[in-house]
Design a protein around this ligand. Structure first.
Ligand code: DP6
Length: 366
């Protein structure tokens, strides 16, 4: 499918009022998206685990305006409070998607959103936030086009979410979502994420992700600056080639459940992401001494215990500790006794792989 397939001709009629609600999870990339082209097209394909617990719950109440608005008309409430500093991001998002959702200027929207994780945790909420909003808008469009099938609904929701934040397009389905054209992944697309289309070993259906909050509240590097740093980066081409290879290698690794090889790719991806930051212009370091302490402790524990625990990193200092569900007790004991001392006030979030976003429209608000 191409961009044209997501255009909608005029709707036969528009509803006057209504309310939709979706809950969308965060995701953690195993092969990282770092670098993009115009219109939110990724410089290389990526793949992520969809999470279960870290999520954004968004509802959109809509009221038809008497006449089409010149400016987008909306109020945004974050955790019950009017939040004007989020407006520019939503306005940019609406501008980017209005060609695909021509009803946007016909309504006033009341957007109410909240996260399951603390706002100050340093966990990026753009993936879950933008995908939840994209899903709400798609739910509205489905009310106008009731014959829309689930496959189209999911693809267009992912397509729209991508225009809000690239990684958000990987938060619609789960537990493994791939985004970005790759020659050996047949249905792959630069425009939206797809549920990984090949065999996935059951071990990955219940993978744990304990997120260690090393640097709570610190602003992460803005994604714009980060992705921009890959333009003219001395190692950009090698990096993009490496990501392509990692995705090819993943095909047998994910199918066979080969954890040894899985770990090599996941950790290499995390360190390469940060290596790109350290070797760009401007260069920057987001890891903290405690990030490195944690990584070294994970490596020692893995060696001595033969565990399959590993780590990955986002664009920040926090560490995602990944391990199979069947090692849950032993690894969590290790985390408590050795790793939590390196977190701010011992703070961490226990998450795991999840199955994707949920329609909450029939669930009463709490
Ligand atoms: C390091 O999706 O936040 O988390 O498209 O500019 O919103 P924008 O970027 P964003 O970048 C995510 C970068 C990453 C890696 C990843 O999730 O693949």
């Amino acid at each position: 499918m191409t961009e044209k397939d997501f255009l909608t001709s005029e709707y036969s009629s528009l509803k006057n009022t209504g309310k939709v609600r979706w809950k969308s999870p965060s995701n953690i990339a195993l092969v990282k998206y770092w670098g993009k082209k115009k219109n939110q097209i990724p410089a290389n394909p990526s793949i992520s685990f969809t999470l279960h617990t870290c999520a954004t719950d968004t509802s959109v109440s809509y009221r038809k305006l008497d006449k089409k608005a010149t400016e987008f008309s909306f109020d945004l409430f974050f955790e019950g409070k009017l939040k004007d500093d989020f407006r520019p991001k939503i306005e940019t998002f609406f501008k980017r998607i209005e060609t695909y959702l021509p009803f946007l200027r016909e309504y006033h929207f009341k957007i109410e959103t909240s996260n399951s994780f603390p706002h100050s945790s340093g966990i990026a909420s753009s993936a879950s936030g933008m995908s939840a909003l994209a899903l709400c808008l798609m739910a509205m469009e489905r009310e106008l086009i009731p014959e829309m099938d689930t496959d189209f609904f999911n693809k267009k929701a992912s397509f729209l979410a991508r225009l809000g934040s690239g990684s958000a397009c990987r938060s619609i389905e789960g537990p493994l979502v791939q985004w970005g054209k790759h020659s050996t992944i047949e249905a792959s697309s630069d425009f939206y994420g797809i549920e990984y289309p090949y065999k996935v070993h059951e071990i990955f259906m219940n993978f744990q992700d304990t997120i260690l909050l090393v640097d709570e509240g610190q602003k992460q590097i803005s994604s714009t600056v980060g992705h921009d740093s890959m333009h003219g980066h001395p190692f950009a081409e090698q990096r993009f080639g490496q990501a392509l290879k990692h995705l090819s290698d993943f095909q047998t690794i994910l199918g066979d459940g080969n954890l040894g090889e899985f770990i090599k790719i996941v950790e290499s991806e995390a360190l390469t992401l940060h290596a790109m930051m350290m070797t760009s212009h401007p260069y920057f370091i987001l890891m903290k001494p405690n990030t490195l302490e944690i990584i070294n402790r994970i490596w020692s524990f893995r060696k001595s215990s033969k565990s399959n625990v590993c780590f990955t990193l986002d664009a920040g200092a926090n560490v995602h500790v990944l391990y199979p569900g069947k090692e849950k007790e032993t690894v969590y004991e290790f985390i408590k006794s050795e790793l939590l001392q390196f977190c701010e006030n011992g703070k961490h979030i226990c998450d795991r792989t999840g199955s994707g976003a949920k329609n909450m429209s029939k669930t009463p608000a709490t």
